[in-house]
Write a protein that binds this ligand. Structure first.
Ligand SMILES: [Zn+2]
Length: 341
């Protein structure tokens, strides 16, 4: 099986992370990818750098103005007086502002708030290059699946919190959504995205919200007490023609292997009954019991069982890396999952 990876991804090394009113070191660090890469080597995966895709490939999900923003912001930021090392917003437009005709400002402080959902997506000089390289890995994995082979995309930064025109939660370009769209464009009639990251993939849900051709299924911590806080509830079933093509399976804090695997059985049943032609797995490891900001309590063994359960569905699968911040454990979790898969 091929694993797609580009060393350029490591040039994104965010520092800023705001947690409970304190500035702490960002957890989405290059060492994560090093750990996963080492595991991929041990598994004897065929590690390939696909090169960066054409910009038009990113525009299948993301708006041109947003892509320009990510690309151009670092040099604009560098011209700000007394600026920090990374562009981080200190304001976001509120629903009331949108209700009163809010528009994208010309000033860059307002633009950063417009194009980011939170403070967890600092934009540095190499963020766009790295995110584009990560997204290209997901696209390459989708091409493998379209050719009839499973593939793993070692995406860093991750993607599932990114909207078509908004970054958030360590994510800038939505790797899994790009892969799913690529599979649709390659002729798969029905694509499912199975999101195992412990956070709800609000970006991916939004991309496909009104679509009947892509099923989004997510198993994650209850958003009442966990990022992304406002969405990820069971009642969110999709809109318009997409109604019924969105399935959220939130779990309470401390949910264990039994709860998580039961939700996975439920998810796989939905994916089978959707008539899925190709599968994208948003594989986060932050449901693990080892996670530094732990919410769920899933063991390494359960990640192996998940790999086997998904493989039993016999869908050609693009496995796209999402979160997981226990840097000393995620390599082993990848090994457990992919060995069983
Ligand atoms: Zn996550």
């Amino acid at each position: 099986m091929k694993a797609f990876w580009d060393p350029v991804q490591q040039r994104h090394a965010p520092k800023f992370f705001l947690q409970r009113g304190q500035i702490r070191p960002n957890l989405e660090i290059p060492a994560r990818a090093e750990a996963l890469l080492q595991a991929a080597r041990k598994l004897k995966l065929d590690i390939v750098s696909p090169g960066t895709a054409e910009r038009s490939a990113f525009e299948t999900v993301h708006s041109p103005a947003y892509l320009d923003f990510l690309r151009d912001m670092p040099s604009l930021w560098a011209n700000q007086p007394d600026h920090g090392p990374e562009a981080v917003a200190n304001i976001h437009p509120s629903p009331e502002m949108f209700g009163n005709g809010a528009r994208l400002p010309t000033g860059i402080i307002g633009q950063i708030g417009w194009y980011t959902a939170d403070t967890s997506c600092p934009i540095g000089p190499h963020t766009y290059t790295a995110a584009a390289a990560a997204a290209s890995c997901a696209l390459a994995a989708a091409d493998e699946v379209a050719a009839g082979r499973h593939a793993y995309a070692l995406c860093r930064p991750p993607g599932h919190h990114a909207y078509p025109a908004r970054a958030g939660g360590h994510c800038y370009l939505n790797n899994a959504a790009l892969a799913a769209q690529r599979l649709r464009d390659a002729g798969a009639d029905r694509v499912a995205v199975l999101d195992l990251d412990s956070h709800h993939g609000n970006g991916t849900q939004s991309v496909f919200w009104s679509r009947a051709d892509v099923l989004y299924v997510s198993i994650h911590g209850d958003p009442n007490n966990y990022y992304p806080w406002y969405v990820g509830h069971a009642h969110e079933r999709g809109g318009g023609r997409g109604f019924g093509c969105n399935l959220n399976l939130p779990l309470a804090r401390g949910a264990d292997d039994t709860d998580w695997l039961e939700a996975l059985d439920h998810a796989m049943a939905a994916i089978r009954s959707f008539g899925t032609d190709a599968l994208v797995v948003s594989l986060g490891f932050d449901a693990s019991v080892f996670e530094p900001l732990q919410f769920l309590a899933v063991s390494s063994d359960a990640f192996a069982r998940a790999g086997a359960i998904i493989a039993a569905g016999r869908f050609k699968s693009a496995i796209v890396q999402e979160g997981g911040y226990a840097t000393d454990q995620i390599g082993e979790l990848l090994r457990c999952f992919l060995s069983a898969f």
